[in-house]
Ligand binder design. Structure first.
Ligand SMILES: [Zn+2]
Length: 617
């Protein structure tokens, strides 16, 4: 294992491989993804205030609910989105809500949606985590120094209350006992904001509390991170809730960055590899059994009526990989982000403005009550075998004013923001391209500004054009995507020689208004597993949609060449909007497929089944 800690005098500091670019101006598909929640969600004043109000009403007390997660989750996504779009309206909405949240702290210092006599059970710690994270993410973009000081003071009071009552010792409750759910993994994920608070304040007791949580192993009677270190796949652990477990590892990575103790980085890296090997599916999510790790890498081909592939899992997977990408500079993490963003997450966006009238939501009030709910910007579950989208609102909670919200609806914007944040990153030696999508970017390399213009549309063309604006000597890193068996680079028409570093083709040279051309292979490819087949085109997964002609459950026989390439012809999609539609020949005629992200998006309709995996004839 490489040591990512680098010394820059005293005190020793850990330098991340990548920093965000200064200015990201995406166009086309990726821009649509990043901006989507801005108009659908993040400027909704009523929603922001409802989320804060849960803290004033302590509305989770009676039912051990999780309404308290909504504010911090949406604030985190809002701040990440602002980091890309720099939208002033968005900043003002976030500012207003952050101020409102500060006024919802109780006299004891708690940001809690539970009454004091019912605290530290259910999802209380989880919600307190999100209150902290929301404030910490806003702190990072806040332009008002006085407000920043107020935020830190509020966070201290909030954290001090917890540290006094949770932990080892007399009259304290162990963190794994602060929830009856998932072995307390949900509560243990408060690790991340505690490490962040230590970074903000330098106060040792917050790091000590983080150390205490790490020692618990994140779960009652089971050490999750030691299991990952010993190469045990997450789907075999006593608790397998994917989102909560990944949240703990995100905290562990922050803890490593502060402590620089290698075993923690190794645990996070191993955990991610194990998840990638055993649970990540073709669309870049995990869990085919509700929201649980369940060896989905294998199970994904099974016909199933379970709710599967939770959007919260997609986004947490993207977040964890984005942190590892930034820290290590290794391109495999960007490969995973690309897959999840363009397939699972883009597929969960309610781009067709569906009312979600067929989506199930239920609350427990002594008995199970089924509710109709408002349309959300993000759907919660993504089918892989014959089934429909928009089936159920995950993590559903009733609010006031006749409104409601769900966990996945709330987390989406953190994922869509990453589609912009990871596109171009700045290394020590130059600028690194992760996403081949049209856009203009400004990055700072060695104190100098570098401007890039990218023209790419992998739906239509295998060619990516990159215009380097300005002059100077620096490295241009180009991600070699795992889905392409071809990667040719030329500069001003001449074949370029590149060095391979951490999965990037790196061209280190003197630049002067050059044109770089990258040729990849984004042909349609056939994948076979467990007697089922699926199709992809470059980073995009393709799907059958019942709105097209033919029975999507019927077995098919598709011919492919030795490189698994399939002859497919682009056709116009007259049934619904899609990025691409393709006619693929079969032994008995043809089938039509489109990009998974556009398939099945009209889930108010009666007929809207889709499938990725097709039975092989
Ligand atoms: Zn969710």
């Amino acid at each position: 294992m490489k040591n990512y800690a680098k010394t820059t005098g005293e005190p020793e500091k850990l330098i991340a491989a990548f920093q965000p670019a200064n200015d990201v101006r995406l166009r086309g598909n990726a821009d649509d993804i990043v901006r989507f929640p801005e108009e659908k969600q993040l400027l909704d004043d009523e929603l922001w205030e409802l989320f804060v109000n849960q803290y004033r009403l302590r509305s989770d007390s009676e039912t051990n609910g999780w309404r308290g997660e909504f504010w911090g989750k949406m604030m985190r996504g809002g701040c990440m989105t602002y980091a890309v779009t720099k939208n002033v309206k968005l900043y003002n909405a976030l500012l207003k809500s952050a101020k409102s949240m500060l006024s919802a702290q109780d006299e004891l210092g708690r940001f809690s949606t539970y009454e004091q006599d019912k605290e530290f059970r259910g999802w209380d710690m989880w919600c307190r985590k999100y209150a902290m994270l929301g404030l910490e993410y806003f702190y990072d973009i806040c332009k008002n120094q006085a407000l920043k000081r107020k935020i830190v003071n509020a966070l201290r009071k909030h954290a001090d209350y917890i540290v006094k009552r949770v932990g080892n010792g007399k009259n304290k409750i162990p963190v794994t006992e602060t929830s009856q759910n998932w072995g307390g993994m949900n509560s243990c994920s408060i690790l991340e904001p505690f490490v962040k608070l230590y970074n903000l304040t330098g106060t040792p007791k917050y790091l000590n509390f983080a150390k205490y949580i790490v020692k618990t192993g994140f779960c009652k009677d089971f050490n999750v991170w030691k299991a990952a270190l010993s190469d045990r796949p997450p789907y075999t652990y006593p608790q397998t809730k994917a989102y909560e477990m990944m949240s703990c590892f995100e905290g562990l990575l922050e803890y490593y960055i502060v402590t620089k103790e290698e075993q923690y980085l190794n645990a996070v890296v191993r955990f991610c590899e194990l998840v990638a090997e055993t649970d990540i599916t073709i669309i870049g999510c995990a869990g085919c059994t509700d929201e649980l790790f369940d060896n989905s890498a294998q199970k994904q081909t099974e016909q199933s009526d379970m709710h599967m592939q939770e959007t919260c899992v997609t986004v947490m997977w993207m977040k964890l990989n984005y942190r590892l990408l930034s820290l290590t500079g290794e391109s495999r993490y960007a490969d995973r982000i690309e897959r999840s963003a363009l397939n699972a997450l883009a597929g969960a966006m309610n781009t067709e403005n569906q009312t979600m009238e067929k989506s199930e939501a239920h609350v427990w009030d002594g008995k199970l009550i089924f509710d109709r709910h408002e349309p959300y910007p993000f759907d919660s579950y993504s089918p892989l075998t014959v089934n429909r989208r928009g089936r159920r609102a995950g993590g559903y909670m009733r609010l006031q004013n006749g409104r409601s919200y769900g966990c996945c609806a709330c987390i989406g914007s953190a994922g869509t923001a990453i589609a912009g944040l990871f596109a171009i990153l700045c290394g020590q030696d130059g600028v690194y391209v992760n996403l081949y999508n049209t856009g203009a970017f400004t990055a700072t390399v060695g104190g100098r500004e570098v401007k890039l213009e990218i023209s790419a549309n992998l739906y239509r063309s295998d060619n990516v054009k990159i215009k380097i604006k300005g002059t100077g000597t620096f490295a241009l890193g180009l991600r070699k995507p795992a889905w392409s068996d071809r990667f040719d680079v030329s500069v001003d028409g001449e074949k370029a020689v590149f060095e391979e570093k951490r999965g990037y083709a790196v061209l280190e040279r003197e630049w002067s208004e050059n044109i770089v051309l990258v040729k990849v292979n984004a042909k349609v490819k056939l994948h076979e597993q467990n007697g089922k087949i699926a199709l992809t085109k470059g980073p995009y997964v393709l799907a059958r949609d019942s709105a097209f002609f033919g029975d999507i459950a019927a077995p098919v026989n598709i011919a492919a060449n030795a490189k698994n390439e399939v002859a497919a012809e682009a056709v116009q999609n007259i049934s619904f909007p899609s990025e691409i539609a393709l006619r693929v020949p079969t032994d008995s005629g043809h089938i039509t497929v489109c990009d998974y992200a556009s398939a099945g998006k009209r889930y108010d309709d009666d007929v809207c089944d889709i499938t990725v995996w097709m039975p092989k004839k």
